[in-house]
Design a protein around this ligand. Structure first.
Ligand code: A2P
Length: 272
């Protein structure tokens, strides 16, 4: 598995399984189990997904040593606003039944993010978290955070797929040594992205699925990517992206599909 090295030296497996909207219980447990069997070593969850217990259970039951699985978790907005990021973190540890998290993120840039960040910094210094970061932060949110921060975020996780590639933001983050993760890399459940004629054409050219083409494009953009699926065949096929390479002109073709078309909330204008 290829990795992205964060500025503190921690390595993030470039492919992770996303479990947003996977139900607590069998659905999440099976998805995580199938992913680990297929070679994934990175699982991305969040308090608000309500499935941390199932993620923890599946990782434990896999028999794979804890230190070989990279677990990302996120503190939810209500806890950030209420100044309870530390409590939220220990609740997450209890749900996951583990004693550390690999990557812990502020889920959205809400009021109280600066204090929440200071709590994450303390937990990082105490080695309860191997890397700390943010999600859905634009440059101005990062600047606000950095006015008081002691430690620069190591990661920003954001929406990115061919119709909303967010490349300008990604370039900014990478220039500042902040690693980037893409959520909804396949455009989420609603968007018919995987039927786009250009992706179908490239799928035929490389003898791959459109999803594999998109995920490979992400790998070659040097970001990590967390496609969600609860179907075994898709989980497996989404992982088969490390044995081929897209030509530069095809990278560019996918890049040119950008329409600034969001499938998720806008970090500059959301109400939750
Ligand atoms: P499912 O869980 O039913 O497989 P995202 O872009 O947010 O990661 O979402 C991916 C969406 O696309 C999910 O709804 C998932 O649904 C579906 N999906 C995941 N992998 C594939 C694939 N290889 N082909 C088609 N659909 C996929």
């Amino acid at each position: 598995m290829k990795t992205i090295t964060l500025y503190n030296g921690v390595q993030v497996p470039q492919l992770g399984l996303g479990v947003f909207k996977a139900a607590q219980g069998e659905e999440t447990e099976d998805a995580v189990k199938w992913a680990l069997e297929a070679g994934y070593r990175h699982i991305d969850t969040a308090a608000v997904y309500g499935n941390e217990r199932s993620v923890g259970k599946a990782v434990r039951e896999s028999g794979i040593p804890r230190e070989d699985v990279f677990i990302t978790a996120k503190v939810w907005n209500s806890d950030i606003r209420a100044g309870r990021a530390e409590d939220a973190f220990f609740r997450t540890l209890d749900n996951l039944q583990t004693d550390y998290v690999d990557l812990y993120l502020l889920h959205w840039p809400v009021e109280g993010k600066e204090y929440a960040w200071s709590q994450l910094e303390d937990l990082y210094v105490q080695k309860r978290i191997r890397a700390i970061g943010v999600s859905n932060f634009h440059p101005q949110h990062l600047e606000e955070l950095m006015e008081q921060a002691r430690i620069k975020p190591m990661v920003d996780q954001l929406e990115s797929h061919p119709l909303m590639n967010n490349q300008e933001l990604i370039d900014y983050l990478q220039a500042n040594e902040i690693a980037v993760g893409a959520w909804s890399p396949l455009g989420g459940p609603q968007l018919p992205l995987l039927q786009h004629p250009v992706l179908l054409e490239l799928a035929e050219k490389y003898h791959r699925t459109p999803a594999q083409i998109v995920l490979r494009w992400d790998i070659q953009r040097n970001i990590f990517v967390i496609p969600k699926s609860t179907h075994r065949e898709r989980i497996i096929s989404n992982s088969e992206i490390f044995d081929f390479e897209l030509a530069e002109e095809d990278m560019e073709r996918i890049r040119s599909l950008d329409r600034n078309f969001r499938v998720g909330p806008d970090p500059d204008n959301f109400n939750f």
